[in-house]
Design a protein around this ligand. Structure first.
Ligand code: WQD
Length: 340
């Protein structure tokens, strides 16, 4: 059996950590990336962790001729499709950029998998497909998908629909749709981590950049939500655990035929913004300069995963804690500052 796994967006934050997990589990990752949303230094970091430089196929998943050339050149065992734009705010300003890139990329992947009879696909989806859950906080996979709050969320919602329709017409496909909650942290080696482009959108990188002095102050978006302390609650999952879930999903698919499974990948526990800020200070000893600001449009009040299905069918559960993620994210931020 070929051990080649095509990892689109493999130089990205979650992609690069998944490349490490794949290698550690005997697979041969093929990194497909156009570096539009990834930093080339990731390749050096991966070399240091793995002891070799993984195979890089530089190009765009929306370029079907390029993609086809990969399927012609390698006997691919499975595909993990990360490559997509993911900035919620940007997607509101530039919806067509998101619909074109995120949907065309998936369509190209599916067409080539069908043409070359590649069965196994792990698709990077998001809890954003649940939209604003009507009063429900703990998401199970059967929770009806509501209207996402952004064009980015709609691209994930539509991608899942495309996958559902395509597998009905092509039952030889095997697809796992992983719905991530909030990825945080970095590799323990601090050779790879998150490279937010410009001012971070997400909470954890904003906290670490404020702590290191790159950002002057963290604004906490809203303080009167109906939650434990008035701030939004999320399910923060260590990126290493998230990467491991992809490897478990690939091996799950190997033993199946014609399956389509949507699976939540989260810790099963929700934490508020203030709980994260306080945990950061307790864990690192560093105070964060923050203040309350207005609510951010589109924010969901409280959402966290019911992670039972991942445990049952993948044999996967989150092992690392929020404190592990805080430490790894902070060590990564300090490493970035030291190498500036
Ligand atoms: C978390 C909480 C903010 C920044 C998004 C996408 C999701 C996934 C993860 C791609 C919220 C609060 C944040 C800040 C704040 N992305 N916050 N001040 O919005 O839950 O999820 O990123 O896969 O699909 O929707 O993550 O980190 O932006 O926000 O108060 O400066 O932190 O209001 O409550 P989010 P986030």
């Amino acid at each position: 059996m070929s051990k080649y796994v095509l990892v689109t967006g493999g130089a990205g934050y979650i992609g690069s950590h998944t490349v490490v997990s794949l290698s550690e589990n005997g697979y041969i990752p093929l990194i497909l990336d156009n570096f539009e949303n990834a930093n080339r230094s990731v390749l050096n970091g991966l070399h240091k962790i793995l002891g070799f430089e993984p195979i890089l196929l530089e190009g765009d998943v929306c370029d079907n001729d390029f993609l086809k050339s990969i399927f012609l050149s390698y006997e691919i065992h499975g595909v993990i499709h990360f490559a997509a734009y993911k900035a919620v705010g940007e997607s509101v300003k530039e919806p067509l950029k998101y619909y074109k890139n995120n949907l065309l990329g998936l369509i190209n992947i599916l067409n080539n998998m069908i043409e070359f009879r590649i069965k196994n696909l792990v698709f990077s989806s998001s809890c954003t497909v649940y939209g604003e859950p009507k009063g429900i906080k703990e998401m199970i996979e059967e929770t009806p998908k509501n209207s996402p709050n952004s064009p980015y969320g709609w691209t994930k919602w539509m991608s899942e629909q495309i996958i559902e329709d395509v597998i009905k017409a092509n039952p030889s496909l095997n697809i796992a749709v992983l719905r991530y909650f909030n990825p945080v942290g970095a590799h323990k080696s601090v050779f790879i981590g998150e490279f937010p482009i410009g001012k971070p959108n997400n909470l954890m990188p904003y906290i670490t950049q404020t702590a290191i002095g790159k950002q002057e102050k963290l604004i906490v978006f809203g303080n009167d939500y109906p939650t434990i302390d008035g701030t939004c609650v999320r399910d923060y999952i260590h990126v290493i655990d998230l990467a491991e879930a992809h490897v478990k999903a690939i091996s799950f698919l190997e033993s199946k035929s014609g399956v389509l499974e949507a699976i939540n990948i989260g810790t099963g526990k929700g934490l508020s913004v203030l709980e994260i800020i306080n945990a950061f200070t307790i864990e690192t000893g560093v105070q964060i300069n923050w203040e309350f600001g207005p609510k951010r449009k589109g924010d969901v009040t409280e959402i966290f995963a019911n992670a039972n299905k991942a445990k049952t069918i993948l044999g996967w559960e989150a092992k690392l804690s929020i404190n592990d993620a805080i430490n790894d994210a902070w060590n990564w931020e300090k490493k970035l500052a030291a190498t500036k």
